[in-house]
Design a protein around this ligand. Structure first.
Ligand code: ZN
Length: 188
């Protein structure tokens, strides 16, 4: 296994549409090694998702998983690690939900993105078995963020110009207001 360098925004590979993996290649050693590197790189960087283009491989593979007690995102509930290959997203509920997102390819920034609150994701697993999952709330945002990477889209493309912040300023100025809003909601 090896930790790989994470490509940063501006690298043209992040803007390419990633290639689907032919079914017969999913179980190959190449893909197994790619997934090991993606896992290790995600863990070292304390990410909750990573897509193959982020380590320079333009293939349709992403990993999503929220470990117990992840403190990178305060909305995050534990979610078992899942590998999605050749994923297809279908929106099940168009209602928009907004979260402050971050990205390993865009260090030190956070941006507010509104996305559909519930989606279905059809994908192949590492044994080339087909799956379909329905996800909602924050984890639905994580899936959509990672799968965007497979289409050359970076979350900042979806952030309104006034809703981009450095992480430090987000923690200092924005998060306290959000917490207050949440408390007001819970108290009303
Ligand atoms: Zn990202």
């Amino acid at each position: 296994m090896a930790t790989r360098r994470v490509l940063r925004m501006g690298n043209p590979l992040l803007r390419q549409k990633a290639e689907p993996i032919p079914l017969e290649e999913i179980t190959s050693d190449d893909i197994k090694n790619l997934l090991k590197d993606m896992n290790e790189t995600m863990n070292v960087n304390k990410g909750i998702g990573i897509a193959a283009p982020q380590i320079g491989v333009s293939k349709q593979v992403a990993i999503v998983g929220i470990p117990k007690g992840s403190d990178r995102y305060r909305y995050a509930k534990e979610f078992d690690l899942v590998t999605v290959i050749n994923p297809v997203v279908t929106v099940l509920d168009e209602t928009k939900q907004g979260y402050w997102e971050g990205c390993l390819s865009v260090p030190k920034l956070r941006g507010f993105v509104e996305r559909p609150r519930k989606v279905r994701v059809e994908y192949y697993d590492i044994e080339a078995k087909k799956h379909s999952v329905e996800v909602e709330d924050f984890i639905a945002t994580v899936f959509q963020h990672e799968i965007d990477h497979l289409h050359g889209i970076i979350y900042v493309d979806r952030v309104p110009p006034t809703k981009l912040s450095y992480v430090d300023e987000y923690i200092k100025y924005i998060q306290p207001l959000e917490k207050k809003e949440q408390e007001d909601k819970e108290n009303s």
